[in-house]
Write a protein that binds this ligand. Structure first.
Ligand SMILES: [Fe+2]
Length: 353
C-alpha cells in the first residue's frame, strides 16, 4: 500500500484533479482506508483525513442519515463554527447513495474560490459511490458481528447448563472437567496456540466428558475398581458426548475434541483407533491433561496417586500413546512449578472469563 504523498504530490493532485492516474490513485487510497476501518467513527475520520491531507481540502466530513443523527447534529454545529472562523471560500456536498437510498452526505470545504469545478465534482461523485459501498459493507460487518456475538452467548449459556447439570448429577466428573480445563489451557498457552484456539480448547475441555451424563451414577460414583463390564458401559461416552453437542454449530472443533479425547497417537485409543495427525491438537492436549488429572486426583474407587505418578505415566507413554511435545510441555509446567490447580469451583464464571 502506498504511503501518504509528499507535499508536492498533494499540490499536484489538487491542481490537476481530473487526471485519470490521480483518480485511480485516490480510489485505491480510499479503498484502503475504507477496508482498514474497524468502526463507523474510524471510517468517517479516515475518509475526512484523506480528503484533507491528500486532496488539499481545508475541511471534510461525512454526515450519515439514521442512527448517527444525534452525533451529526453536534458535528454539524461544530463545522458551522469552524467554517465561520476559517472563512472557507467554497464548499461542495455530495450525496452518498447506495442504490436509490441516500445514506448520508460528504461535505467538502475549500479555501479557494470556485474550487469545485464540473470535472472535480464528477470525480467526487464517483468517490462518494465508493464511500457508500464501504459504508454498506461496514454496516453488514456490524450486523454479522452482532449475530455472531448473540450466537456465541447462546452457546455459552448452553455450556453453562451442561456444566451445571453435570455438577449436580456427577460432582466428580464436573470437578475433573474443570481441572482438566485448567491444565489443558496452561499446555495450550505454553505451546503458543492462538487466542481463538485457546477459547475453543476451553469449551472442549470443559465438557469433554459430557457423554458420561448417560452413565448410571452407581457406576460412576461407586467405590472400588471399575470392572471390565462397567468399562464397556463407560467407553461410548466420547461418542455420545459428540452426539449431544452435534448441531450446536460451534466456531471451534469442539465435537472432535470430545470425540477424540480417548484416541491415542499409536492407534490404540477409542472409539475409532485414530493415529497421529488424524487426531486434532486440542484432543491430544485434552488426552494428556485428562490422564494427568485422573491419576493425580482422588477418585471414588481409590485415593489420589499424586502428580509424580501421573507424570511418570505420561513420560512412559510419550511418543506412543501421547504426543511428545505435549508431554514435554506438561512435565515442564509441573517441574518448573509454572502450573498448579486452582481448587476453586468457579468454573461457571471461567466460561465467560
Ligand atoms: Fe473421558
Amino acid at each position: 500500500m502506498k504511503e501518504r504523498n509528499s507535499d508536492t504530490e498533494i499540490k499536484k493532485l489538487h491542481l490537476d484533479f481530473e487526471n485519470l492516474d490521480k483518480l485511480n490513485y485516490l480510489t485505491k487510497r480510499l479503498q484502503s482506508v475504507i477496508m482498514a476501518a474497524e468502526n463507523e467513527i474510524e471510517f468517517f475520520a479516515n475518509i475526512s483525513n484523506l480528503f484533507m491531507d491528500e486532496c488539499g481540502y481545508k475541511f471534510a466530513n461525512i454526515k450519515i442519515i439514521g442512527e448517527e443523527s444525534k452525533k451529526e447534529g453536534k458535528e454539524s454545529a461544530k463545522i458551522e463554527n469552524f467554517q465561520l472562523k476559517k472563512n472557507f471560500e467554497s464548499n461542495f456536498s455530495v450525496p452518498i447513495l447506495y442504490g436509490s437510498s441516500r445514506m448520508g452526505t460528504l461535505n467538502l470545504y475549500s479555501d479557494r474560490k470556485n474550487a469545485f469545478k464540473k470535472d472535480e465534482r464528477n470525480i467526487l461523485e464517483k468517490l462518494a459511490g465508493d464511500i457508500a459501498y464501504g459504508f454498506y459493507i461496514l454496516r453488514l460487518k456490524k450486523e454479522r458481528d452482532k449475530a455472531l456475538k448473540s450466537h456465541e452467548e447462546a452457546l455459552l449459556n448452553t455450556i453453562k447448563a451442561f456444566v451445571t447439570t453435570m455438577r449436580k448429577r456427577d460432582p466428580y466428573t464436573a470437578g475433573h472437567q474443570q481441572r482438566v480445563t485448567e491444565l489443558a489451557l496452561a499446555i495450550g498457552d505454553k505451546m503458543g496456540l492462538d487466542k481463538n484456539c485457546i477459547e475453543g480448547l476451553r469449551i472442549g475441555a470443559m465438557i469433554h466428558d459430557i457423554g458420561k451424563i448417560n452413565i448410571p451414577g452407581e457406576i460412576l460414583n461407586r467405590p472400588g475398581k471399575i470392572t471390565r463390564h462397567e468399562f464397556e458401559i463407560i467407553k461410548p461416552h466420547s461418542q455420545l458426548g459428540h452426539e449431544i453437542i452435534e448441531g450446536l454449530n460451534f466456531p471451534w472443533p469442539v465435537g472432535k475434541m470430545i470425540l477424540q479425547h480417548h484416541e491415542r497417537i499409536d492407534g490404540t485409543g477409542y472409539p475409532k483407533g485414530l493415529k497421529g495427525d488424524e487426531i486434532i491438537t486440542e484432543a491430544k492436549i485434552i488426552a494428556v491433561a485428562d490422564v494427568v488429572e485422573a491419576i493425580s486426583s482422588h477418585r471414588p474407587y481409590r485415593v489420589a496417586l499424586g502428580i509424580q505418578a501421573a507424570l511418570t505415566e505420561i513420560k512412559n507413554r510419550k511418543g506412543s500413546s501421547f504426543d511428545s511435545q505435549i508431554v514435554d510441555i506438561c512435565v515442564e509446567l509441573f517441574e518448573k512449578q509454572e502450573f498448579h490447580w486452582e481448587n476453586s469451583h468457579s468454573f461457571l464464571e471461567n466460561i465467560t472469563a
